[in-house]
Design a protein around this ligand. Structure first.
Ligand SMILES: NC(=O)C1=CN([C@@H]2O[C@H](COP(=O)(O)OP(=O)(O)OC[C@H]3O[C@@H](n4cnc5c(N)ncnc54)[C@H](O)[C@@H]3O)[C@@H](O)[C@H]2O)[C@@H](O)CC1
Ligand SMILES: [K+]
Length: 248
């Protein structure tokens, strides 16, 4: 995998990064530049909401958009997206892959905002209030697992991935489809087959092996971060905040 795996609309190469490189980019952004996770997560959530709203995806029916969320940075971006969609009067509901009490950190902060907004939040763990099949009838936002995947998806995350794939509706994944290894593109178990992936900062190398459309969203990571890591990040956004990207 190299920088010419992906191109922008004008055929210019867009650098791709592995999960390890992206983790380093995030770390340097936080530790050396002071760009903290909540700030970046806001960009992720807004970009994802924008991806869901484009092409009239949500005009397909009156069914709620279901945001599937895990406990990591990926889930937190999904929850921020849920807020933006709800603010646009779209019916939105959140399905967590664990009990609410097991959600922590910045992701729990995002969850508390949604609770205060009275956005419906269901949890696989709560069993009685969730029928997975009817919960996934409309557009599905996949924010269960991003580049933090370890091994094949387990438990409720695996169950939700399979249920989402069984539905005919549109699935939009945040950063990488849940269950897909961000570096290799391999899936050792259940993996989302997305219609669209909204990936962050730079495409992940594994996305070369994934189907569906690709949009790249700016996380506001300064070029100095890439310079420190000796990664040729380029300036893929030009004067935009998001660009369509294709597999070369
Ligand atoms: N700069 C950043 O760090 C940002 C990261 N963001 C998102 O955060 C992601 C990275 O965040 P994290 O490092 O927290 O990791 P992830 O959120 O990608 O993954 C961790 C979550 O996945 C679950 N998980 C991992 N392997 C699993 C398995 N085999 N079966 C079931 N569950 C599994 C963990 O329990 C945890 O809930 C990125 O892909 C990106 O989407 C964005 O929110 C914005 C900013
Ligand atoms: K995901």
């Amino acid at each position: 995998m190299n920088s010419s795996t992906f191109v922008d609309q004008d055929g210019r190469p867009v650098t791709a990064v592995t999960a390890e490189e992206m983790r380093a980019i995030d770390r340097v952004a936080v530790e050396k530049i002071g760009l903290d996770l909540p700030r970046m997560m806001e960009h992720a959530g807004r970009g994802l909401a924008d991806a869901v709203l484009r092409d009239g995806l949500t005009g397909q029916s009156d069914l709620p958009v279901t945001v599937l969320a895990g406990n990591g940075g990926n889930g937190g971006g999904g929850l921020a997206c849920a807020r933006h969609l709800a603010n646009r009067s779209l019916p939105v509901e959140v399905v967590l892959d664990r009990a609410r009490t097991e959600v922590d950190g910045v992701t729990a902060e995002q969850l508390r905002i949604l609770e205060a907004m009275e956005v419906p939040i269901k949890s696989v763990d709560s069993g009685a209030d969730l029928d997975i099949d009817t919960a996934l009838e409309g557009v599905v936002v996949d924010a269960l697992i991003g580049y933090g995947l370890t091994g094949a998806p387990r438990g409720a995350a695996a169950e939700l991935i399979e249920a989402a794939n069984d539905k005919p509706g549109t699935v939009v994944s945040l950063d990488v489809p849940s269950g897909v290894n961000a570096t290799t593109g391999e899936a050792s178990g259940a993996a989302i087959a997305p219609d669209l992936t909204a990936t962050l900062a730079l495409p992940k190398t594994g996305l070369a092996a994934v189907g569906g459309d690709l949009l790249l969203f700016d996380l506001s990571i300064p070029p100095a971060v890439y310079d420190r890591l000796d990664i040729d990040g380029g300036r893929p956004f030009g004067d935009k905040f998001e660009i369509p990207v294709s597999r070369a």
